[in-house]
Design a protein around this ligand. Structure first.
Ligand code: GLU
Length: 449
């Protein structure tokens, strides 16, 4: 029975590959989830009968559009805009927008697919979607960013709505971009529809803790994984890749919980600061001045900057990949394990390659995959929507407590699901199975949708 199931799932995967040629990241994300689902189909035969896997792998809607804009010199540029509305079985599509030159349909589809299960794990009523553009915000002026965002929203607004699709930020999209996008949405629709975008400013419908949420949540997840192993973050040496929003607030929470963060990175290189990363300096450099990480070393003479360095070569006990997809490969994973790493918590989406994941699982270290560990961001977006719907705004402490409860709940659900499906301590299986069942159980009673 089990063998037949695995064959059936392999056939579905081959079909997904053939139908979506050239979309490597999407194939990778689908494969990882499908590999977990054999025992689920045995337990819930109706999922196979109703072709739930086949349906879940096909986005409900995919939107691609032209985004023309003018730079400060008056030159015209054309970018491509995307929004993939993946699954709305448990709520309106929800997921961020990524502005990065690497963006193409395959990246947005992998992110939207992951988002569907991640959002299900939060326990909040949000479906999965993702969007973005191959626009490169690096080096652009505020006015250029504004014009781009206005042009992007001028097409996208017709596909959005607080009960339809509610984007937020991702790589290259933060508070500034959400401001321009919200302004344009409001202007075109003539509606103050707060819940349509999350990550808004505090004075106009945003939620406290949203900025910190992905990083804080990832650290809470690691705290919970360590708790099961009768360990804590106190005194642990950590490395955090990236230096964007997720990395900064991962470092902040690690430091608050008594861990020592000795390195972070950007796409140009790595900063090693054995004394511990100076978070105030990092925030000033990245959040206020929008500069490169290399400049950190000009302020701290005892810090080392390694151009093109590999952060995973630095010995640590806890590693938190918080930059981007496939940033940690099989070789890196082996090095981390060899150097004594006991826990990995993914702040980024799919940062570890399949080979790397295999190494971590085989070594039996505590490995928290992104769709569970980084769900705190989108969970707090759902809390923002909740505040918007009730025209309320909550305190920092109250919101953070909610985030902590949600992350603790995700840890428990993924841990218990892994055990129930015969894979104790395997949070990959726990997250894939728990997320899938939640979405599938909503799809079945709704009929053929
Ligand atoms: N982009 C974030 C993620 O990967 C957040 C999405 C949201 O808040 O809607 O989950």
């Amino acid at each position: 029975m089990a063998i037949a199931m695995e064959e059936k799932i392999e056939a579905i995967y081959q079909q997904v590959k053939a139908r979506n040629p050239g979309e490597d990241e999407f194939h990778q994300a689908v494969k990882e989830v499908l590999e977990s689902l054999g025992p689920v189909l045995v337990k819930f035969p109706e999922f196979a009968e109703q072709k739930i896997i086949e349906r879940i792998c096909e986005p409900e809607r995919q939107i691609m559009f032209r985004v023309p804009w003018q730079d400060d010199r008056g030159e015209v540029h054309i970018n491509r805009g995307f929004r993939v509305q993946f699954n709305s079985a448990i709520g309106p599509y929800k997921g961020g927008l990524r502005f990065h030159p690497s963006v193409y349909l395959g990246i947005i589809k992998f992110l939207g697919f992951e988002q569907t299960f991640k959002n299900a794990l939060t326990g909040m009523p949000i479906g999965g979607g993702k969007g973005g553009s191959d626009f490169d915000p690096k080096g652009k002026s505020n006015n250029e960013i504004m014009r781009f965002c206005q042009s992007y929203m001028t097409e996208l607004y017709r596909h959005l709505g607080e009960y339809t699709d509610c984007p937020a930020g991702d790589i290259g999209v933060g508070g500034r971009e959400i401001g321009y996008l919200f302004g344009q949405y409001k202007r075109i629709t003539n509606r103050y529809e707060s819940g349509v975008l999350t990550g808004k400013g505090i004075g106009w419908g945003g939620s406290l803790v949203r900025t910190e949420a992905t990083g804080y949540g990832a650290v809470y997840f690691v705290r919970e994984m360590l708790k099961v192993r009768k360990q804590s973050l106190e005194g642990k040496t950590c490395v955090v890749s990236g230096s964007g929003n997720v990395a900064i607030y991962t470092i902040e929470k690690l430091q608050q919980l008594g861990a020592k963060v000795i390195a972070c990175s950007d796409s140009n290189g790595v900063i090693i600061h054995e004394k511990g990363i100076d978070l105030q300096m990092l925030k000033k450099l990245k959040e206020v001045e929008r500069r490169r990480l290399a400049d950190y070393a000009t302020y701290h003479k005892d810090a080392r900057y390694i151009a093109e360095g590999n952060i995973w070569e630095i010995p640590c006990q806890v590693a938190m990949p918080s930059a981007t997809q496939n940033e940690l490969n099989g070789k890196d994973a082996k090095m981390l394990v060899k150097n004594g790493c006991i826990a990995v918590g993914e702040g980024a989406n799919m940062p570890t390659t399949p080979e790397g994941v295999h190494v971590f699982l085989h070594a039996k270290i505590a490995y928290g995959p992104g769709k569970a560990a980084n769900a705190g961001g989108v969970a707090t977006s759902a809390l923002e929507m909740q505040q918007n719907a009730s025209r309320d705004s909550w305190s920092f402490e109250y919101t953070e407590q909610k985030l902590d409860q949600i992350m603790t709940g995700i840890h428990q659900a993924t841990y218990e699901t892994a055990e129930e499906f015969g894979a104790p301590d395997n949070y990959v299986i726990g997250a894939n199975v728990a997320g899938f069942i939640k979405v599938a159980q909503a799809m079945v009673p709704m009929g053929l949708i």
